[in-house]
Design a protein around this ligand. Structure first.
Ligand SMILES: Cc1cc2nc3c(=O)[nH]c(=O)nc-3n(C[C@H](O)[C@H](O)[C@H](O)COP(=O)(O)OP(=O)(O)OC[C@H]3O[C@@H](n4cnc5c(N)ncnc54)[C@H](O)[C@@H]3O)c2cc1C
Length: 457
């Protein structure tokens, strides 16, 4: 196995450059649009791209940079494997979009069909994984249970052995620092207006219907507004009197320098979630290090989140500290003609958990001793927003017609983002995309429905 030839060409801040550039306010903003989108993550930009291609006059407002939060910080997995059955039609559609996306937009997004493998250490784990096969079969996927020998062929460089694994060859990965910015540029080329350093402070209504987005640079009149604000959506909605149960979790990730080839796809196993990057390095994380800072929201939504908390208890590190006080002090409502919380924190940029970085290094060295000298080139963290059943909310708000919400992608929204964008564009224009959004309605958390937790495998 040879070292990767790209070593010289990878900048030191490859991932961080998505969020660490200076802010440049727009020179002007349009007075009106058919649709305003709040948030320039993968969901917002994909929706803008689909709308613009249909000739809709769409303006997207992002308080920081495109992909400055989750969409530029994630692991880059684009997987169908292991999804909740309610997300299946949308993720299958999303994969179709990813496969031709670069050709459609004329820019590289780093997408490669390299497969997704969950490697099992023992029979019990393998059996758990195999329980997902009927879902795969229902949607015609190529998912298979593979033997330990076949796992070793997919991970030829490993120093440990596995009993077997669950493998979907048609899954892939893309490069988060490339994808959403490229889609945003494509939307622009199709006529969308993309405004960065442009926080939306709130909304205006006329006779109860949404009528305008109030940004830090002025008001944009629009009869349809979408909030795709990721981890900020609950706060934005609360300021409008809409309750949206959402909790935040910090995930730590590292990128290694380009190194020896030990695998070529995305592999999940006990010590690591690891993906070979397009540049020959690896994006690596350790699922045992998900941090939740207890805040007043934790208590406010505790009852709804109990099933998810129980399921994730083993991998969630709970702590209480500064975040509790900060949220307690944060305003619930603010004046639309003064600086809002969205401008005060342009980019959610949490520190990576140093214990997680250590554990990732240790896991990597145990699995792949030949990478021991491959340095960790960057470490970062991102804030995941989760709903109680760990699937998204995609819906029009009841109290404010015309105002729509797309959030709560709960740690797996990158892969499904383009498919979600297509479905959301359909929702906003009243066009049938064949993707049923009824499972994603917000009212499921309030109408007495039993919380149907996603099927974790
Ligand atoms: C560490 C980590 C690993 C992950 N790994 C994967 C993975 O491998 N595969 C996968 O499918 N998913 C993964 N995810 C999840 C995935 O990244 C997210 O689900 C997805 O990016 C969400 O996209 P989004 O557009 O909804 O939100 P975001 O990307 O968070 O974008 C929301 C944007 O809205 C902006 N905004 C908020 N409020 C306002 C306002 N008032 N005005 C203007 N702008 C505003 C924010 O600045 C932000 O840029 C991971 C997430 C993390 C953090």
């Amino acid at each position: 196995m040879s070292p990767n030839p790209n070593t010289e060409s990878v900048p030191a801040n490859l991932v961080a450059q998505t969020w660490s550039r200076p802010f440049a306010p727009p020179e002007s903003i349009p007075a009106s649009a058919d649709v305003v989108i709040i948030g320039g993550g993968i969901v917002g930009v994909s929706t803008a791209w689909f709308l613009a291609r249909q000739g809709v006059n769409v303006v997207l407002c992002e308080k920081g940079h495109i992909a400055c939060e989750q969409s530029g910080r994630n692991w880059g997995w684009v997987r169908q494997q292991g999804r909740d059955v309610r997300e299946m039609p949308m993720i299958v559609e999303s994969l179709k979009i990813w496969r031709t996306l670069a050709d459609e937009i004329g820019e590289d997004v780093g997408y490669r069909q390299t497969g997704c493998l969950y490697a099992a250490r023992d029979d019990a784990q393998l059996e758990e994984y195999a329980a997902w096969l009927p879902t795969a079969a229902e949607y015609g996927l190529d998912t298979r249970v593979i033997s330990g020998k076949e796992v070793a062929q997919h991970i030829p460089g490993a120093a440990v052995t596995w009993k077997g694994g669950l493998y979907t060859a048609s899954d892939g990965s893309a490069e988060p620092h490339k994808a959403a910015p490229a889609i945003a540029r494509a939307a622009e080329r199709n006529g969308a207006t993309i405004l960065t350093t442009c926080a939306v402070r709130g909304l205006e209504t006329e006779t109860g219907h949404v009528s305008a987005a109030v940004t830090e640079h002025g008001t944009i009149k629009a009869p349809v507004i979408l909030c795709a604000g990721g981890a900020w959506t609950s706060m934005f909605c609360r300021s409008l009197g809409i309750s949206l149960p959402q909790l935040k979790v910090r995930g730590t990730v590292v990128r290694t320098a380009p190194g020896e080839s030990v695998l070529d796809g995305a592999v999940w196993e006990d010590l690591s979630g690891i993906r070979r990057r397009q540049d020959g390095g690896y994006t690596v994380a350790n699922s045992a290090y998900l941090d939740h800072s207890i805040t007043p929201s934790t208590f406010r939504h505790a009852f709804k989140f109990l099933p998810a908390l129980r399921l994730e208890f083993g991998s969630l590190n709970l702590s209480i500290g500064r975040d509790f006080i900060n949220e307690l002090r944060a305003p619930k409502h603010w004046s639309l003609d003064a600086e809002s919380p969205f401008e005060k924190t342009r980019v959610l940029n949490p520190d990576p958990n140093p214990r997680a970085v250590k554990a990732i290094r240790k896991g990597l060295d145990t699995l792949f001793p030949q990478l021991a000298d491959t340095e960790i080139a960057e470490a970062w963290a991102g804030i995941v927003e989760s709903t109680p059943d760990v699937i998204p909310v995609i819906d029009e708000s009841d109290p404010i017609p015309g105002f729509h919400i797309a959030t709560g992608f709960s740690g797996h929204g990158f892969g499904i983002g383009p498919g979600a964008g297509k479905a959301i564009a359909g929702m906003l224009t009243g066009t049938d995309t064949g993707l049923d959004l009824s499972e994603f309605r917000l009212s499921r958390f309030f109408d007495g429905s039993k919380i149907r937790l996603y099927e974790k495998i």
